[in-house]
Design a protein around this ligand. Structure first.
Ligand code: NDP
Length: 309
């Protein structure tokens, strides 16, 4: 029985070191240098290449090192009884909150405009919207979306959230399902996407959605690149349906140098940094899950393969 680490586009070293330090008795292998493929039962991974799991016939549990799992479910053939777990960490939520409040306040205070004006040596004052007159709409009210919704509401924003089940969060209006989607979008100054990527949410940031928002709303996509129909975003920005967009996640990461987004004046780009997994806290959860797995106990933060998140 062994643990296998499969990491693409992420440095495996700190994870390997932390695991070896804490599980000195356990066989830990790092892809692609695997001595005994049959012994692998517990996989810890980030963005494994397509169908890699096929080489390991005895995988019982797969632990994502991030909040999302679509990088596993979209690329691997998984046995029905395979357990998939993810990271749920307060630090992911607090870091996301800090990221989002930075973007929202900078937009409210016209930072983009003044940066541009400095280039032109232009002295021109612009009105700004007060927090209490600003509406924040959050797609996805899970562990991260629910937390940031509460924080925005606490400092006086008008906040609403969309999810599949009704939420009770102080001063946050809860909307659910497709029937309430259009009403949810009304009066949104900022639309923040914090949905997981599933067959139902893929492409949700599209022309129809943008048309239902009030003119000049601002989009923040910190969910996944595949939530967004890229061409629809460009068209919505060019037609001033949206005032701008901050994109942190992309279909292809790193974003290719020739991509149109780099040159678009209304698009801000961050390299998937809105909230980074903290190795120290995540490792604790992973080790706890490994111990529970050995004892055949219920593991933490298991996702539903049926729901896809
Ligand atoms: P959760 O699984 O805790 O929450 C998901 C939320 O989305 C839930 O509220 C769920 O509703 C809702 N939801 C799912 N499907 C639908 C649907 N079809 N219609 C309406 N609502 C739906 O996820 P997290 O909050 O932990 O993370 C969310 C996402 O944020 C991750 O999947 C990842 O893509 C992204 N992320 C991005 C990071 C970055 O750095 N850019 C960092 C971390 C996460 P319900 O509560 O009713 O089930």
């Amino acid at each position: 029985m062994s643990i296998l680490l499969i990491f693409e586009n992420k440095n495996v070293n700190p994870w390997e070191e932390a695991l070896r330090a804490k599980l000195s008795e356990t066989v830990i292998e790092v892809y692609p240098n695997v001595k005994n493929k049959e012994a692998v039962e517990f996989v810890i991974c980030w963005k494994p290449k397509k169908n890699i799991f096929d080489e390991y016939p005895n995988i019982k549990i797969v632990q994502s090192v991030g909040a999302s799992i679509e990088h596993i479910t979209n690329t691997q053939t998984l046995k029905e009884d395979c357990i998939i777990t993810r990271i749920v960490d307060k630090k992911l939520s607090t870091d996301m909150w800090e990221f989002l409040i930075t973007i929202v306040l900078s937009e409210l205070k016209n930072s983009r405009t003044y940066l541009r004006q400095k280039e032109e040596k232009a002295w021109k004052q612009h009105d700004y919207k007060a927090i209490e007159n600003t509406n924040i709409s959050i797609l996805g009210m899970g562990s991260i979306g629910g937390y940031v919704a509460e924080k925005f509401a606490q400092i006086g924003f008008n906040v609403k959230g969309w999810s599949t089940s009704r939420k009770q969060i102080s001063n946050v209006k809860s909307y659910i399902g497709e029937n309430e989607f259009d009403t949810f979008l009304e009066n949104s100054d900022f639309l923040i996407n914090l949905l997981p990527l599933t067959s139902k949410t893929k492409g949700i940031l599209n022309r129809n959605t943008f048309q239902k928002l009030p003119k000049e709303s601002f989009l923040i996509n910190v969910g996944r690149g595949e939530h967004l129909i890229e061409e629809d975003l460009i068209n919505a920005l060019n037609a001033s349906l949206l005032s701008g967009a901050l994109l942190d996640v992309f279909v292809k990461e790193p974003l290719p140098k020739e991509h149109l987004f780099w040159k678009h004046s209304k698009i801000q780009i961050t390299p998937h940094v809105a909230s980074l997994t903290n190795v120290d806290t995540a490792i604790e959860q992973i080790i706890e899950n490994y111990r529970r797995f050995l004892k055949k106990e219920k593991v933490l933060n298991r996702i539903s393969l049926k729901k896809g998140y």
